[in-house]
Design a protein around this ligand. Sequence first.
Ligand SMILES: Nc1nc2c(ncn2[C@@H]2O[C@H](COP(=O)(O)OP(=O)(O)OP(=O)(O)O)[C@@H](O)[C@H]2O)c(=O)[nH]1
Ligand SMILES: [Mg+2]
Length: 338
Amino acid sequence: MNAARSLPDADGLALAVVSGERSALARALNLLDDRRNDARRHAATFLSRIQARAAQDGGHLIGITGPPGAGKSSLTAALIGHWRRAGLRVGVLAVDPSSPISGGALLGDRLRMKTPADDDGVFVRSLACRGEFGGLSAEVWPMSLVMLAAFDITLVETVGVGQREIDVARMCDTTCFVAQPGSGDTIQFLKAGILEVPHVLVVNKEDMGAVAQRTLSDLAGVLKRRHDDGGWEVPVLSASATRGTGIETLAGALERHRDLLGAMGGLAQRRQRYQGQWLLKRLREEFGSFGIRRLGGEQVLLERIAGEESSPFAQLESLRQRLFQELDSTRPTEMTPD
Ligand SMILES: Nc1nc2c(ncn2[C@@H]2O[C@H](COP(=O)(O)OP(=O)(O)OP(=O)(O)O)[C@@H](O)[C@H]2O)c(=O)[nH]1
Ligand SMILES: [Mg+2]
């Protein structure tokens, strides 16, 4: 009871989030992170209120990923400066923002250097790493929906070049990979097909000179330039976050990709697909592939939810309940309680 009373009113919260109230945003993101049952139900109602707006074709969800220390946060800060000057409101979700390698360079520190502290048009939320499996990106999708409802541009920063980070970045309209000059990893990964081709590739730290130049031409050499995604030609760019060079071109490339998606139509369906992927991931974490099979398999599941306009939490809950029922009905009678 007490817990229920401390939960914010879903309708009021949704309105406040859409109008960009910072305290409401913080409360909403906390609500999505709350694992208590009543909070989950409440979050489902809240999400369904903002869903219609967020899942449509408004806003731009951009994923920034790349190896630790490549300058993702610095570039994010520089981009924010650019977008704020254009009058755009920007939200950032920084997943596991402080890698051990760069010594915990928090996005907040980078931002403080670039934007005034009292700027209302920027909102940053850091999501701590919650462990090796599952937890890390669990709520990034629902949180992205909240941010999409409130901001013109939502940026998701993830560290690393592994599958987990790519999974997060894949749930974005546009994926941007930041490469570190002189590091062969990115090139090897791209060559071997381990790294899914991003929509925009940028070699940061061009102020390092020749080594950055070399990485740039190596990357341009190995990259299959046409993206499977609508025939988009992947730009390989050069920038320096600290000097502020190449930022406009980078912002321009991100925007052009967004424009292409808009022109092709289907951004809403695309976001529904991300939601489908999120659901599959969550179901797989809880029930394994067995659970997915019991629900008819991936394809059937994705098709079934494609036409729905429900919030991710509501969909997840109804699928979980169905699965529990299925499992109950096939349980040997002697094992059924009562
Ligand atoms: N020379 C140079 N250094 C840069 C540039 N951009 C960032 N750095 C430095 O690179 C280091 C890492 O920058 P971050 O922006 O924290 O990189 P990151 O990719 O967000 O790092 P993690 O989130 O910890 O993985 C810092 O010491 C930055 O000052 C650049 O354009 N040129
Ligand atoms: Mg960072």
